[in-house]
Design a protein around this ligand. Structure first.
Ligand SMILES: [Zn+2]
Length: 203
């Protein structure tokens, strides 16, 4: 019985990875088309429903994390690390750059570190990094280094995004592996939170 459950979880993980990979190809194709039409606009595809209830749920946890950041003056970005097969969230953090005075204290870095500590290993294959804003080069690097199978993000970041907007470290053939990427999951909510934060700071 337990073995059966494990097999089912493994099958489910494979299925999700395949679906995420499919989405990634679709997003990549849209980005390529967008670039062809508008060479100066190097954005990720616009927000649209992911069509996957699990991704939406995981992003909900990341969005809740993000909401805690402005209390200490930090930009609202939240990240979670999730076991793909079971949906178990093993780490959830938000941006703490201002609070910690640490340029590397981005939500993704903190979540990846927490996950590795919790699991007692650096390799996070079988896990997904889910983050409200497209990872920057440092965090895309952390996703690569941790070997997560998937990166799921909300809002695109045209100023620093490194999994589609400015760079795509997740799909660079010069790197020996890369996570599947799903862009635009609950992007409108993530973007609204960021807009509100910066609008309040300006007033
Ligand atoms: Zn980052």
């Amino acid at each position: 019985m337990r073995r059966h459950a494990r097999d089912a979880a493994a099958a489910s993980a494979t299925d999700l990875t395949a679906r995420i990979a499919g989405t990634m190809h679709a997003v990549t194709a849209r980005i390529a088309r967008g670039r062809g039409d508008e060479p100066r606009r190097r954005g990720v595809a616009p927000s649209e429903p992911s069509g996957d209830v699990r991704l939406d749920e995981w992003m909900g946890v990341a969005l809740d994390e993000a909401r805690a950041a402005p209390a200490h003056g930090d930009v609202p970005v939240g990240a979670v690390v999730v076991e793909i097969g079971t949906g178990k969230v093993v780490a959830a953090r938000h941006n703490e750059r201002e609070r910690a005075g640490d340029p590397t204290a981005h939500a993704e870095i903190l979540a990846v570190r927490d996950a590795a500590l919790a699991l007692g290993r650096w390799r996070l294959d079988g896990y997904a990094l889910v983050v409200t804003l497209e990872p920057c080069p440092m965090c895309a690097g952390a996703a690569w280094a941790s070997r997560v199978d998937a990166v799921v993000f909300g809002a695109a970041d045209p100023k620093a995004g490194a999994v589609g907007s400015l760079y795509n470290l997740a799909a660079d053939p010069r790197l020996n592996h890369g996570p599947a990427v799903t862009a635009g999951v609950r992007a409108a909510e993530a973007a609204a939170m960021l807009r509100e934060f910066f609008a309040e700071r300006r007033t």
